[in-house]
Write a protein of this length. Structure first.
Ligand SMILES: Cc1ncc(COP(=O)(O)O)c(C=O)c1O
Length: 410
């Protein structure tokens, strides 16, 4: 007689800590788009959160050399000394922020940096202020760490940026962190020094609140926008600011999984405790590649940004030419976050009612073969996100399809 229970008999139920966290809408839309493609439909997917460029050859070469030189073992827990030095140099050179080596941490992507930071600092019920629209992982990571996301709507009229009065009003004795992201995924909006200043003044008055800034898209900014990071603007906040960055977007290295941060020593130490029981260290080969990314040639970044800017201009002007849509020009990243209030309440020729941004995006996917992500996935409606990290040819076809689909609504 066997005593092995089937899954049904064992009655699997997930932990309560993940009970509020659904499967990402972005993944669901991606899966549906792929399924339609398999049926032979020529779906264009504008959902990718990664550059369409490849990792530059000099970075790949550094990785293969490192493999043969023996970089195949565990490294120091939160980053090899070589990579920490390269990151220290980057923070000084590009941001004007000095960090000691023990104020720097490296993880398996910036996502793990955020995860380590929240797991290391939040007690149940601690509040984290997150402006919307936000990168979807922010609130989920806070919830996994048993914190409470406090979402604040920042619409297109506000430039998708948090205002000082909103921040002041949201702070309570339970506030632990404020999370800011510039340039932003999904809005592409960025904070200039003048935009940051009033927010930092609020934080100076509330010493119990810490600031997490996600500078992941720092190198992808357009026109004459001048990127700045808060620890450089207000050194008095540096001892409670975590400056998060990574190689994923700037160097087209999303698959290498390296993110990093600079912050106060005690926080960095606590984050290492989480990492030590999760991954032991980031991938040795990817760390070697990241040293080359940060210390090697940087000229190609300008060319790539210029290519993204051409595509941004193409997408923004095409969207604004469509009745019912309204797209703010983003300062950076490779996303547009277009308003779609003007198409709500309408009906498609098929009889499908378009009442929400999710309905609109489902209509575009099912009836126009274009996959985009509704604002509801990012906490602010009615909008939809386009990732323009795809070829100009595909973008043009996709935008024509969107225009035709909108014109058919009545
Ligand atoms: C705003 C933002 N921060 C962080 C990340 C995570 O980057 P990674 O984990 O690849 O370093 C992403 C990825 O999409 C992002 O959009």
């Amino acid at each position: 007689m066997t005593i092995t229970a089937t899954i049904e008999e064992a009655g699997f139920s997930p932990a309560s800590r993940i009970s509020t966290i659904g499967v990402s809408q972005i993944l669901k839309i991606g899966a549906r788009a792929q399924a339609l493609k398999r049926e032979g439909r020529l779906v264009i997917i504008l959902g990718a959160g990664e550059p369409d460029f490849d990792t530059p050859d000099h970075i790949k070469d550094a990785a293969s050399k490192a493999i043969y030189a023996g970089a195949t073992k565990y490294t120091a827990l939160d980053g090899s000394p070589e990579l920490k030095k390269a990151i220290q140099g980057k923070f000084e050179r590009e941001n004007g922020v000095p960090y000691a080596l023990d104020e720097i941490t490296v993880a398996t992507g910036a996502k793990q940096i955020l995860f380590n930071a929240m797991m290391a600092t939040l007690n149940p019920g601690d509040e984290v202020i997150i402006p919307t629209p936000y990168w979807t992982s922010y609130s989920d990571i806070v919830e996994i760490a048993e914190g409470k996301p406090v979402l604040i709507a920042c619409d297109a009229e506000a430039g998708f940026r948090l205002k000082a009065e909103q921040l002041e009003a949201a702070i309570t004795p339970k506030t632990r962190w404020v999370m800011l992201n510039s340039p932003s995924n999904p809005s592409g909006a960025a904070y200039s020094e003048a935009d940051y200043r009033p927010l930092l003044d609020v934080l100076l008055r509330h010493p119990h609140v810490w600031l997490l800034v996600d500078d992941m898209y720092e190198h992808i900014v357009y026109d004459d926008f001048k990127f700045v990071t808060p620890a450089a603007i207000e050194p008095k906040l540096k001892n409670r600011t975590l400056t998060v960055n990574g190689v994923s977007k700037a160097y087209a290295m999303t698959g290498w999984r390296i993110g990093y941060a600079g912050g106060p020593r005690d926080l960095i130490k606590a984050m290492a405790v989480v990492q030590s029981q999760a991954t032991s260290c980031p991938c040795s080969v990817s760390q070697a590649a990241s040293v080359e990314a940060l210390n090697g040639p940087q000229e190609f970044l300008k060319e790539r940004t210029a290519s993204f800017q051409r595509r941004r201009d193409l997408v923004v002007s095409a969207l604004n030419a469509i009745e019912g849509l309204d797209c703010r020009t983003p300062e950076g990243a490779f996303y547009t976050y277009s308003g779609c209030a003007g198409v709500l309440g309408k009906t498609a020729p098929s009889g499908r009612k378009i009442d929400t941004d999710s309905d609109f995006c489902a209509y575009l996917l099912d009836e126009a073969d274009v996959a985009v992500v509704p604002g509801s996935a990012f906490g602010l409606s009615p909008y939809f996100r386009i990732s323009y990290a795809t070829s100009e040819e595909e973008l043009k076809v996709a935008l024509e399809r969107i225009a035709t689909a909108c014109a058919q609504l009545a």
